[in-house]
Design a protein around this ligand. Sequence first.
Ligand code: GLN
Length: 194
Amino acid sequence: SARVGVLALQGDVREHARVLTALGADVVLVRRPEELAEVGGLVLPGGESSVIDKLSRLFGMREPIREAIAGGMPVYGTCAGLILLADELLDGIAGQQTFGGLDAAVRRNAFGSQADSFETELDVPALGTPPVHATFIRAPVIERVGPSVDVLAALDDGRIVAAQQGPLLGTAFHPEVAGEHRFHRRFLELVTAA
Ligand code: GLN
């Protein structure tokens, strides 16, 4: 079975670990470079991207994660994790950095305070039917994608909320909280293929 990590500095680590375990993966909670070295793929959870960024630097994880991404390791980021994957961050807090890798600009907290959390049925052609029940919690959106990025899903107004660039997968929403396993299965297929 695939051995995969969930970055366990902050955020909804257990929800991701539960889904990956249910899909048969061997899950490692990754807090240190030695743990990252054991896994063939990494999930960046939802949570607070600025906190995960700071903790990753404090724990000496920033450079190892950047090297793993540069080396082609499959990574799946949800919400804060998508922000951390983006090459360009819009509306970050002062000094906030991302790991990067995904040729995209991501705007943090893009839905404002009025509609900061909502759920919707999202058509994701790459995953087939039924549509994905998508939970958005103070979610980002993807505002620009480079030519090698595939858009997997957009809202009715055209805003991009799921994308993939080779082994890098990102969703602005949280499939892991609603029993949706297809994005994680896709991630595990990338790990097996890598
Ligand atoms: N707003 C959070 C951030 O900026 C993301 C929220 C989430 O992951 N649900 O990181």
